[in-house]
Design a protein around this ligand. Structure first.
Ligand code: PLP
Length: 337
């Protein structure tokens, strides 16, 4: 039924991950959220191999491939302090022997845990941009690229979140990989951040089989996803055809919502799977809300795309504190009372 997609590869490719990633049935979680026991799978793109894994690896294989083909010796990218994309760009640079400069929102020393600690471990140079909006962050990043050029480096700018049409191609291929593994799938549920992951999946699976859960990273996510899918080469993808839930943003991108906190607990306690507070926790909360609200019925063969983000959990004090509450459920009979 799927129209086959024949989207040409956007250029050079470097292999950074281990593919295909596994698909695992999740019967206990399915039952807990109201799906049939055999109707839920988890696609483990959190196990992508490089640098702690995550969905950014598939995008980087193409964006960094293009950079290397163009003769770059330095990768520059940008994001939030706990950016998984920045961490994986740092890891990709380490793997390939390229210098990495990360321009991150925020101030030095505000937080050094989670992804930031890994940025340091991978040897990336971090430039703190201050509390700036998206546009200013992009300007500061362009300035960093220009300075590197003046210093004689050959920098390549990897876009915010790895999300341009070149990066999205990694998820066109992931969608095809997934169809080989679960040919009967009805629906893929995915966190929608900077947009290229959903866009790539929409290209290979069709808009009706992809549910994106908006995380608050973009002002107009539907427009971005439709634009990327069109740019990659699939015609007929309009904002109106996309399935996007925007009920999980809460007080904003960095905030731990109650429904995400509950989703983290549920996935952990039914399947031993760790979600992150910003992306996969919201995506799972969106799936739960969709089943409870009747938008997805119980027999729908659903694949939850686990896009990674574990280091972000450790970089999120409220999420760690919430997780630690589990320790209080069974007080130890220890000697210290
Ligand atoms: C970036 C990210 C996403 C969102 O992917 P986009 O392609 O930016 O929409 C989802 N989950 C995790 C863990 C991420 O780091």
């Amino acid at each position: 039924m799927a129209e086959s997609v024949a989207v040409p590869a956007p250029g050079e490719h470097v292999r950074l991950g281990s593919w295909p990633t596994p698909v695992e049935p999740a019967p206990r979680l399915a039952e807990a959220i109201g799906l049939d026991r055999d109707a839920l799978w988890i696609k483990r793109d959190d196990l992508g191999g490089l640098g702690g894994g995550g969905n950014k690896v598939r995008k980087l294989e193409w964006t960094v491939g293009a950079a290397v083909a163009a003769g770059a010796d330095t990768l520059v990218t940008t994001g939030a302090p706990q950016s998984n994309h920045a961490r994986l760009t740092a890891a990709a640079g380490a793997r390939l022997g390229l210098r990495v400069v990360l321009v991150l929102r925020g101030h030095a020393g505000e937080s050094r845990s989670g992804n930031i600690a890994l940025d340091g471990l991978f040897g990336a140079r971090v430039h703190w941009a201050g509390d700036v909006d998206q546009r200013r962050l992009a300007e500061i990043t362009d300035g960093a690229v220009e300075r590197l050029r003046q210093d004689g480096a050959r920098p390549a700018l990897i876009p915010f979140g790895g999300s341009n049409a070149v990066g999205a191609y990694g998820y066109v291929r992931a969608g095809m990989e997934l169809l080989d593994q679960v040919p009967e799938l009805d629906l893929v549920v995915v966190a929608l951040g900077s947009g290229a992951t959903m866009a790539g999946l929409v290209v290979s699976l069709g808009a009706e089989r992809v549910l994106g859960v908006h995380t608050g990273a973009l002002a107009d996510p539907g427009r971005v996803v439709a634009g990327l899918a069109t740019e990659v080469g699939r015609t007929g993808i309009t904002t109106a055809r996309l399935r996007v839930r925007d009920d999980q943003v809460g007080a904003g991108y960095g905030h731990l919502t109650e429904s995400a906190a509950e989703a983290l607990e549920l996935a952990a306690r039914t399947e031993g799977i760790v979600l992150d507070p910003i992306y996969t926790g919201r995506a799972m909360a969106g799936l739960i809300a969709a089943v409870r609200g009747g938008a997805i019925d119980r027999g729908t063969r659903t694949v939850f795309l686990h896009t990674g983000g574990l280091p972000g959990l450790f970089g999120h004090p409220a999420a760690v504190e919430r997780a630690e509450l589990g320790l209080d459920a069974y007080p130890s009979g220890g000697s210290e009372g």
